[in-house]
Design a protein around this ligand. Structure first.
Ligand code: FAD
Length: 456
């Protein structure tokens, strides 16, 4: 009796319901990862995520080997490759995690049809990639919540399943061929400060976070230079950390920091249940204002300056340079650069979302596209008046300018009076600083935004 476990965004051994179910009753298991051509063709294979993925696969393979097994890697169309492995091993069932994107839904349907036509079964497990399954909590008369706060009230009360341990042994049938694992070193164009991936790394980070970080999270999560968030997002994205376990262990830690952290994990599930119910929401623009964004051609120079971190607004540039250097950006940075692009420069959120997905190691269709829409005011929760002033944000969340000086070395010599607004320097002092003037006047940007909004 052989089961196949198809790993996707759940690259771990701890708290893994598909693996637990597949290996039950002493069955043999083929732990399979398919380097899915469909994902690459969709332009979703950025260097940072590919390098992080290589770490995750190496670590998953090492963990399986410690338990007597190994990881089987194939490349191609995911459905074809699963069918081949099923035929080679005469497996009678395939287990995998439920996921939310339109692509994941199609993959599941195609897999189910292919397997059932051949007399095999597909088992899709909930609460592997989310803490609460999409659709498990719903408002009266709808299949999803459009606004976070009521969602959170229900989510927080929803009973959780138990956290599962890693299997002690995994028996893989003999003779199943695998390609070599991809290596991080083979990926070119990665960010120099990219974090390391893999389940062991995720578990170390979670433990350290619960011990040293979470207590101060409520007070410090917006502190740009303090960098006092968990940095668990890539691990949640690749599933090297289970969201059920993260919620469980944070609740065990207790206190206001843990409560605030759990609330952020609920945001992740929130976006997932929106995307699961409205697959088009990752690309669509609910409101009508999108046809009035500036054209990409007209805004080309502004977009380029934004991408490269030379807009002349130090905190925006610092955050954009952090993104390029680490493949990650602080949440406060994401909020303010997204607001700057969409509200101040008045550029379509999709231009920004694409750039983020090209670089973010945690780049995620649900979290990225829906957070961008939330910021742009085009999403389900439309508060289109949310505009963040980069100078006020900078003074508030980086009062000494430490974050700016870390990422914009041209400004390292400025004191706190000028570091947020170097254009206020005069004469020789200004000439000594090799840093651009602002590409847009904030008041003018706001006027343009208001004019467009008032036409809605
Ligand atoms: P922590 O503050 O430690 O939070 C813990 C976890 O909660 C995060 O790892 C994440 O999984 C979840 N979380 C926190 N904030 C949010 C949020 N607003 N929405 C959904 N989940 C959240 N997050 C991604 O994982 N991938 C993305 O592609 C992504 N794109 C974003 C784009 C924009 C424009 C904005 C404003 C936010 C985006 N976020 C995205 C959400 C958030 O910025 C990151 O999850 C967070 O900065 C990751 O750092 P952390 O793990 O230290 O977070």
């Amino acid at each position: 009796n052989v089961s196949v476990v198809l790993f996707t965004a759940d690259l771990r051994l701890h708290d893994h319901p598909p693996l637990r179910a597949a290996a039950g009753g002493g069955r043999q298991v083929v732990p399979l990862f398919v380097r899915d051509r469909g994902v690459a063709d969709a332009g979703f294979g950025c260097a940072n995520r590919l390098a992080f993925l290589a770490d995750c696969l190496a670590d998953l393979d090492a963990g399986l080997r410690e338990r007597g097994g190994r990881l089987v890697v194939r490349s191609g169309d995911v459905v074809d490759e699963v069918a081949k492995v099923v035929a080679e091993t005469d497996a009678d069932e395939v287990h995998m995690a439920a996921d939310v994107s339109a692509y994941a839904h199609r993959r599941e349907e195609r897999l189910r049809a292919a397997l059932e036509a051949d007399g095999r079964r597909l088992h899709v497990h909930d609460t592997v990639t989310t803490a609460v399954a999409p659709g498990a909590v719903t408002p009266a008369g709808s299949d999803h919540f459009a606004v976070f706060t009521p969602y959170f009230r229900h989510w927080d009360r929803h009973p959780s399943r138990d956290v599962l341990g890693a299997p002690r042994a995994v028996r893989v049938p003999d003779g199943v061929g695998s390609e070599p694992l991809p290596a991080r070193e083979d990926v070119s164009g990665t960010s120099p400060g990219l974090a390391a991936g893999g389940e062991r790394e995720a578990r170390k980070r979670l433990t350290a976070w619960l011990r040293d970080g979470i207590g101060a999270y409520e007070d410090r999560h917006d502190d740009l230079p303090g960098d006092a968030t968990s940095r668990l997002s890539p691990h949640l994205h690749f599933g090297t950390l289970s969201p059920v376990e993260a919620v469980h262990r944070a609740r065990e830690a207790g206190g206001p920091g843990a409560e605030a952290f759990v609330r952020q994990l609920a945001w992740r599930d929130f976006h997932r249940q929106v995307l699961a119910a409205r697959p088009a929401s990752s690309a669509a623009d609910y409101r009508t204002r999108h046809d009035r964004w500036r054209s990409e051609r007209d805004a080309r120079d502004d977009i380029e300056a934004w991408r490269e971190g030379r807009t002349g607004y130090p905190v925006v540039d610092a955050a954009m340079r952090q993104l390029r250097h680490e493949g990650w950006m602080h949440n406060r940075g994401r909020l303010l650069v997204a607001s700057f692009l969409t509200k101040t420069l008045y550029v379509d959120w999709r231009v920004g979302a694409r750039h983020f997905l090209d670089l973010l190691v945690d780049g995620d269709v649900a979290n990225n596209q829906l957070n961008w829409q939330w910021t742009a005011g085009t999403g389900t929760d439309t508060r289109p008046n949310r505009v963040l002033n980069p100078v006020l944000q900078s003074r508030r969340y980086d009062p000494d300018g430490t974050y700016i000086r870390r990422w914009v070395p041209e400004l390292a010599g400025l004191d706190r009076a000028f570091v947020h607004e170097p254009w206020k320097l005069r004469g020789l002092d200004r000439a000594a600083v090799d840093y651009p003037d602002p590409i847009v006047d904030l008041a003018e940007g706001l006027e343009r935004f208001k004019r467009a909004r008032d036409r809605d």
